[in-house]
Design a protein around this ligand. Structure first.
Ligand SMILES: C[S@@+](CC[C@H](N)C(=O)[O-])C[C@H]1O[C@@H](n2cnc3c(N)ncnc32)[C@H](O)[C@@H]1O
Length: 216
């Protein structure tokens, strides 16, 4: 049975970080690396898409304790952990889908997303990435760390599998369900370029996981 996105993560919140850091290859390397890519200037303003309990932010605050974060996530229980953990930090939390929340114009020095966007198609991502780009200050950038499909065949197979399960379960509501449909890194880069980003490049790879940087 497909689970709604928020319920999937709410139901697993107590095991989440242990699983994420120990079961995902090289997680103890790519989270610190993601943080190192973010702005180090005092009071940097950073948007986090799918912040969860804030693993990437934990590393980032160690490097930049005065960073000001806006974190968006659909899973309330994940956000509760984040709020307790960073109660002494400048963090604004928005419970909602990053597809629906307005990000504003030219407000952020950088945006980041870790391990969240592999649930969505290129068609869904291009308008989202346009919104991210618009929210960045001139020269601002987006750091995306996520895992990618090894081939176009895998990408299409997973997308078709999700369509098949939804049909079987009679799901027609367009809501957010937890099922991984990663794009290939090439298609992710295309989505960012179609959204208007420039200098889109893979900064580092760990198996299927990459950190991609895209500049406004
Ligand atoms: C695997 S967790 C990653 C959390 C955190 N970034 C990390 O790496 O530890 C994925 C997170 O993305 C959130 N998420 C998925 N789709 C979302 C959406 N459309 N809008 C906001 N949050 C979303 C989930 O609720 C979950 O907390």
């Amino acid at each position: 049975m497909l689970e709604k996105m928020d319920e999937f993560f709410n139901n697993r919140v107590y095991l989440y970080e242990e699983h994420q850091l120990n079961a995902i290859e090289c997680a103890k390397e790519f989270y610190p690396f993601t943080a190192e890519c973010l702005p180090l200037k005092p009071d940097a303003f950073v948007l986090d898409l799918g912040c969860g309990t804030g693993l990437e932010l934990d590393y980032y605050f160690r490097l930049n304790p005065t960073a000001r974060i806006t974190g968006i996530d659909v899973a309330e229980d994940m956000l509760d952990v984040l709020k307790k953990r960073f109660s002494d930090k400048a963090i604004t939390v928005i419970k909602g889908s990053y597809f629906d929340v307005s990000f504003g114009n030219s407000r952020y020095d950088a945006a980041v997303s870790a391990e969240s966007l592999h649930h969505f198609t290129k068609e869904e991502k291009v308008p989202l990435y346009k919104k991210v780009r618009q929210a960045l200050s001139p020269g601002g950038f987006f750091i995306l760390t996520d895992y990618f499909a090894e081939s176009e065949e895998t990408e299409l197979r997973l997308r078709e599998e999700l369509r098949r399960i939804k049909t079987k379960e009679g799901i027609r509501d367009g809501g957010l369900y937890h099922f991984d449909t990663p794009l290939t890194a090439e298609h992710e880069i295309q989505a960012l370029e179609e959204a208007g980003f420039s200098c889109v490049s893979v900064l580092k790879r760990w198996g299927a996981t990459c950190t991609v940087k895209a500049v406004k």
